[in-house]
Design a protein around this ligand. Structure first.
Ligand code: ATP
Ligand code: MG
Length: 747
């Protein structure tokens, strides 16, 4: 048995100690980032089992992500042994609910081996229902609507109209909901939302399923939604012993029906709750904490909390202005490399995270890392070329370039949906195989009326394929042939026409009702990638080839082939790093997925109006909280950056985010810090690592990023406001963009 006094308790401060050992039935720990909430929650689990004698299998711990659950298990395992750790019911709400349903589901008519309907299955079921009953609602909209209702814990029978969206709520929606539910039940299917809904139903009907549960503990409580709140109460119904930890300032899932109100509901429904606040921040340097608090304190309606740093100032956070998003990516890479050299092994790439407001911003960063050979992993999103919408566009371009590629044709034949099923695809492949020609040629033959007598393909299917897929590809091939050197038709025109032919925006709206805007943003980013390629391509023509009078130097008409080859290489580079050594990998993550995590060095790029706050967000304060979450992930070094122009280039001038603009001149340094012995030591102290021996310390390496490559909307030194230097020789931003750079055309 571990000696708790010497292990966990000794490392806790007073308030944490009180929370861990509290005998109150309900404990609420409300505190800011890095104050050790998760640490305290884990310690309480250990305390309850070890000291209070709770049986591990009677303890439920709900975390927000699978990654967080894994980390918690690891820590408990270390302290109590793997065997005990395995018995604890620890996971996300969904995984805990699935477990109860597979054990007790038959009490509510579920077979123990129920199937989980994934997103695609649900969509198909709803589509069939809408068609069969001739419902006047868009199937994908109905799906999103049903999911929202379920998250709120509303049963299908009396799903009421919400006041907000009264106009859109057609009566057929409720009917579709009821029919869909009926179908799932008859087929013994459970969709993702239903895992929670059904578990609520089970536990209401059969409270004995959880009669053994002695206590329930929940991390990241501020982001629970209505149905999760219900579940928490039901899990705890036998003893009503609940511990929650959370921070209203970090509630960032309002868009997914999370309700901060659940916090006040808990305090109301469990009036005996002991509230504990933790006031020391153990994660970040004083500078990082100060500036993060300045950002969040602008939200005047928030509930104020005390949060004091335990660490020293360390280096001042940097706010860097750059000419374009590509120079922003290059700057980040150069700074990562500089840190790697300066810290001589104390900081590895795995210590660095680049946190993005939207996944679509990752392309420039990925490309800069790729070019510099820096491996990276992505959490909370797919790498750019692995995203569905990008794959579809690339497949179409591949088909235009080389239609004899059967795999590509098979992938796009029913995208967007043309009613072409697997059976048709199989017959086409067989026909092609027998005649030893490509599927494309088989399709062309069919559509010219040269059908084989033995074919299984019906005439109306031929019609559909001819007017859909074939027409599209033929039109685009004509366009591709017309890409001429004088630029009358360009690659961009080709892709524009592809998007039109496919009605791609509409397609994304229908297929991805909840995330079509993000996906469309990726498509826009794809267009930017094409533009970049075209610029590089034209530069290459003039720069690298000798000039010979009257001779055409490159065959412009193969630009599509070159572009596709370029993309294949870039996406291959992305794939390769999958199995690599994790310690050499930088992390790219969305801010949402970075919740609860921490890194020694954090970059938050593209801090401009439209990105954060996001142009499509309806809740400006949630955007501020997002930036706060991002900044408070950093332990020792924090870098924010803002390009002068957004992803669309010169036509897309952007402004520094209003969340940081008020402090830009005072609180941030304009450039990366000088790294001297003092800095090395304070970083080592924050991270609890050993500073490199003195002989490892090089003379300060200046940033390898040429100052010629960046542009300043804010001039770095203004003698009236500041003397331009701080303790570490850092510079401050001043206000006015007085200086017009010569090299803006570089952007
Ligand atoms: P977030 O709100 O971001 O989820 P949190 O409040 O859950 O943050 P933790 O992740 O638990 O904070 O802790 C932040 C860091 O502080 C961790 O590295 C943790 O190990 C450390 N820490 C927590 N409490 C103490 C303590 N009493 N002494 C030293 N380090 C601590
Ligand atoms: Mg936490």
């Amino acid at each position: 048995k571990p000696n708790l006094e010497n292990t966990i308790l000794r490392s806790l401060n007073k308030a944490q100690h009180r929370a861990v050992t509290s005998e109150a039935s309900t404990v609420a720990i409300l505190a800011g980032p890095g104050s050790g909430k998760t640490h305290t929650l884990t310690s309480r689990v250990v305390w309850l089992i070890q000291h209070m004698g709770y049986r591990p299998s009677d303890v439920i711990v709900a975390t927000f992500t699978i990654k967080a659950a894994r980390e918690m298990k690891e820590r408990i395992g270390k302290l109590l042994g793997e065997e005990v750790e395995k018995k604890i019911i620890l996971g996300t709400f969904h995984s805990i609910a699935r477990r109860y349903l597979s054990i007790y589901g038959r009490h509510i008519g579920l077979e123990s081996k129920f199937n989980i309907a994934d997103d695609g299955d649900s969509k198909a079921i709803i589509q069939r229902i809408c068609k069969r009953l001739d419902l006047k609602v868009e199937p994908s909209y109905a799906k999103a609507w049903i999911s929202k209702k379920k998250a709120k814990g509303t049963p299908p029978v009396n799903a009421p109209k919400s006041q907000k969206n009264k106009k859109q709520e057609h009566p057929d929606l409720a009917r579709c909901f009821a029919e869909y539910q009926d179908h799932l039940e008859r087929s013994n299917l459970v969709d993702f939302d239903d895992l929670l809904v059904k578990c609520v139903e089970l536990l209401r009907k059969n409270p004995e399923c959880v009669s053994n549960v002695q206590t329930v503990l929940i991390d990241e409580y501020q982001d629970t939604n209505g149905i999760q709140y219900e579940l928490m109460k039901l899990f705890a119904q036998a003893r009503e012993r609940i511990t929650i930890v959370g921070d209203p300032d970090q509630s960032i899932y309002g868009w997914r029906s999370a309700e901060v109100r659940n916090l006040y509901r808990l305090l109301r429904e469990y009036p005996e709750t002991e509230e504990v606040s933790l006031e020391e921040n153990y994660r970040s340097s004083q500078y990082i904490l100060d500036i993060s608090l300045q950002v969040i304190e602008e939200d005047k309606n928030r509930y104020k909390k005390v949060l004091r740093p335990v660490h020293t100032k360390c280096t001042q956070p940097v706010l860097r202005s750059l000419g374009s998003t590509s120079t922003e990516g290059e700057w980040i890479v150069s700074e990562i490399k500089r840190l790697g050299m300066m810290f001589g092994g104390m900081l590895k790439n795995e210590d660095v995270a680049i946190l993005l407001r939207s996944a679509s911003l990752s392309r420039h960063i990925e490309s800069a890392l790729g070019k510099a050979g820096v491996a990276y992993q992505m959490i909370g999103g797919k790498k750019f070329y692995e995203r569905r919408e990008i794959k579809i566009l690339l497949d179409y371009l591949r088909a235009v370039h080389q239609p004899d590629n059967n795999d590509v044709i098979a992938r796009i034949i029913n995208v967007p949906r043309r009613g072409v099923g697997d059976v048709t695809v199989k017959s086409l492949l067989e026909e092609a195989e027998q005649a030893k020609i490509s599927v494309w040629v088989v399709l062309c033959k069919h559509c010219r009326g040269e059908r084989r007598a033995s074919t299984n393909i019906r005439a109306n299917m031929e019609q559909r394929l001819s007017s859909g897929l074939l027409n599209t590809i033929f039109t685009l091939r004509k366009k591709a042939d017309a890409i001429t050197e004088d630029g009358a038709v360009t690659l961009i025109d080709l892709i524009d026409s592809l998007l039109n032919q496919l009605s791609f925006k509409r397609y994304l709206e229908l297929e991805y009702p909840e995330e079509h805007e993000t996906r469309w943003a990726n498509v826009q980013e794809f267009m930017n990638l094409v533009k970049d390629f075209m610029r590089d391509y034209s530069q290459m023509n003039t720069d690298e080839l000798p000039e010979i009078d009257n001779v055409t130097q490159t065959k412009e008409d193969d630009i599509l082939g070159k572009f596709l080859a370029n993309v294949s290489l870039a996406s291959d580079a992305q794939r390769d790093d999958g199995d690599g050594d994790k310690s050499s990998m930088v992390t790219i993550s969305t801010i949402h997925a970075a919740k609860g995590l921490e890194w020694p060095v954090v970059f938050v790029p593209s801090v401009y109006v439209g990105s954060i706050p996001h142009s499509r967000s309806e809740d400006i304060e949630e955007e501020r909280r997002l930036l706060y979450v991002a900044m408070t992930r950093a332990q020792a070094m924090l870098y924010l950056s803002c390009p002068l122009y957004g992803p669309q280039g010169l036509s897309n001038k952007v402004e520094l985010s209003n969340f940081v603009a008020p402090f830009a001149s005072k609180a941030f340094a304009a450039r990366g810090p000088s790294i001297d012995k003092k800095v090395l030591e304070s970083v080592a102290k924050i991270l609890g690592r050993e500073a490199p021996p003195e002989k490892r310390v090089f003379d300060n390496l200046p940033s390898m990023f040429s100052p010629e490559d960046d542009t300043f909307p804010l001039s770095p030194i203004d003698p009236k406001n500041s003397d331009g230097t701080e303790e570490n020789g850092e510079q401050h931003y001043a206000r006015a963009p007085k200086r017009q750079r010569k090299d803006t055309e570089k952007c």
